[in-house]
Design a binder for this molecule. Structure first.
Ligand code: BG6
Length: 464
């Protein structure tokens, strides 16, 4: 396309966060602990205050309105609603999300709610977590409660954030012992069932409700055009991407992923009716979290297939004897070692849409950086503007190619505690005045990217 199509008028320009990364008040106001409250390296920020969103809701939503957001994607903290994961409800937690949602709606911002973003209630974790089928029932009770409470105000829902990351990178989700692969694929099956139940409940309980999964989906490149590298890339895609979406959308396990699971003895135990349940759930749209593409080659099985390249880019790890992680030498990297591939976003969107024909909402994409607050109270994040501009352009091209792209929620609305690098790695349009351990003023400061995004939204993406 030499002349890309304009974004549709109802395009959901948004921004994302997740509960444990912004809220704070992690063990007060009736909230029970989640696994995240135990997981944080000693030298990094913990989640007890985070961005103190819990005590800044009014101000934060006012900033969202000023930015012009059409949508705000956030997650509800399961253990703020059910401190022990099930059973007794915390009314203050329920009221907190009413306040947030009411303010969003009054500001003309569409709430997009993730049911579960990495923060499993600790009480459930201690009772076996996702290895225990009782966690599926607890999730169903929790999802039902949210649909009944907020269903008349919230139309867009996401079931589980980055289930594939939780399976492929389990360390951050398991404050205790990291489960074996066998156990992880069993947990995966249970989460898929939980997602299916939530999808069906949403359709029963929420008038005009729309719900979908939110995996981390990234296109993969073969390192060369050597046919064996292409097979390795196809395997990566089946095992890392399609396994999750094929079950969510079509209700079937991907055959290539299944063959891998059989070979590695990872096939989960199933109960009668599981596959029927999976087949019954029909998502309305797909959330896609995208940071950068992956590159792989045929496995060499020499002990180095797994080696992560370029620092710690979380989505890019090989598996010994299955596919080998490669560096894509043609791409730039961020100061945190994550590769930057805006064109890869177009490829990803085209592949996902071509395969599933469901509307797509980009639920995460952004750049983590060490932003600096200047003495005059400004934050110059030109690299973020550049990163997002290039990705927005590619999203627009994907839309012009025929992809039914309904919105774009960059990560993140405000600075927050990163999953892997604490507070030093910032993603927001809004700077939060705090450091790793020093809470400073917690003041909200608009970065340069704020004004830029404001203009993008005001012109519906025609001026970037
Ligand atoms: C996604 C998660 O994996 O990537 C977010 O859904 C996370 O919770 C984001 O913050 C960026 O990763 P990180 O490790 O830089 O925080």
């Amino acid at each position: 396309h030499t002349t890309p199509k304009p974004f549709p008028n109802d395009f959901l320009w948004g921004a994302s966060t997740s509960a444990y990364q912004v809220e704070g008040a992690s063990e007060s106001h009736g909230k029970g602990p989640s696994i995240q409250d135990l997981h944080h390296p000693a030298d990094l920020s913990d989640f007890s205050v985070a961005s103190d969103h819990y005590h800044h809701v009014e101000e934060d939503v006012a900033l969202m309105k000023e930015l012009g957001l059409k949508a705000y994607r956030f997650s509800i903290s399961w253990s703020r609603i059910f401190p022990k994961g099930k059973g007794e409800i915390n009314p203050e937690g329920v009221a907190f999300y009413h306040t947030l949602i009411d303010r969003l709606v009054a500001s003309g911002i569409e709430p997009v709610v993730t049911l579960y973003h990495f923060d499993l209630p600790l009480a459930l974790y201690e009772n076996g977590g996702w290895s225990n089928r009782e966690t599926i029932d607890a999730f169903a009770q929790y999802a039902k409660t949210l649909f009944q409470e907020y269903g008349d105000k919230v139309k867009y829902w996401l079931t589980i954030n980055e289930q594939n990351v939780m399976i492929n990178h389990p360390a951050a989700m398991n404050p205790g012992k990291t489960p074996t692969n066998k156990e992880l694929y069993q947990q995966n099956h249970h989460m898929l069932l939980a997602g299916a139940i939530a999808t069906n409940l949403c359709h029963e309980l929420v008038p005009e409700g729309k719900i979908g999964p939110a995996p981390n989906i990234i296109a993969v490149y073969p390192k060369t055009c050597k046919p064996e590298d292409v097979v390795a890339a196809d395997n990566w895609e089946a095992i890392r991407n399609w396994l999750y979406l094929d079950v969510a959308v079509k209700g079937v396990y991907n055959p290539i992923a299944w063959a891998y699971m059989e070979e590695k003895e990872l096939v989960p135990r199933m109960e009668a009716g599981d596959m029927d349940l999976l087949a019954s759930a029909k998502p309305d749209f797909l959330g896609v979290n995208y940071y950068a593409t992956a590159t792989v080659s045929a496995a060499k099985n020499d002990g180095h297939d797994r080696a992560p390249r370029n620092g710690d880019q979380q989505t890019m790890v090989g598996e010994e004897g299955v596919y080998r992680a490669e560096t894509n030498d043609l791409l730039e990297t961020t100061e945190f070692g994550w590769q930057i591939d805006s064109v890869g976003l177009r490829t990803t969107l085209r592949r996902v849409y071509d395969r599933y024909h469901l509307p797509i909402l980009i639920t995460e994409n952004g750049i983590g950086a060490r932003d600096a607050l200047e003495d005059d109270g400004t934050v110059h994040d030109a690299y973020r503007v550049d990163y997002l501009r290039r990705h927005f352009e590619q999203a627009r091209l994907a839309f012009s190619d025929g992809v039914d792209l309904i919105g774009y929620c960059p990560w993140a609305f405000m600075d927050l505690v990163s999953t892997h690098q604490g507070y030093q790695k910032r993603y927001g349009f809004v700077y939060i005045d705090r450091q790793e351990k020093d809470l400073k003023t917690l003041q909200r400061v608009k970065k340069d990217s704020f004004a830029w995004y404001q203009n993008v939204i005001a012109t519906n993406g025609s001026r970037m």
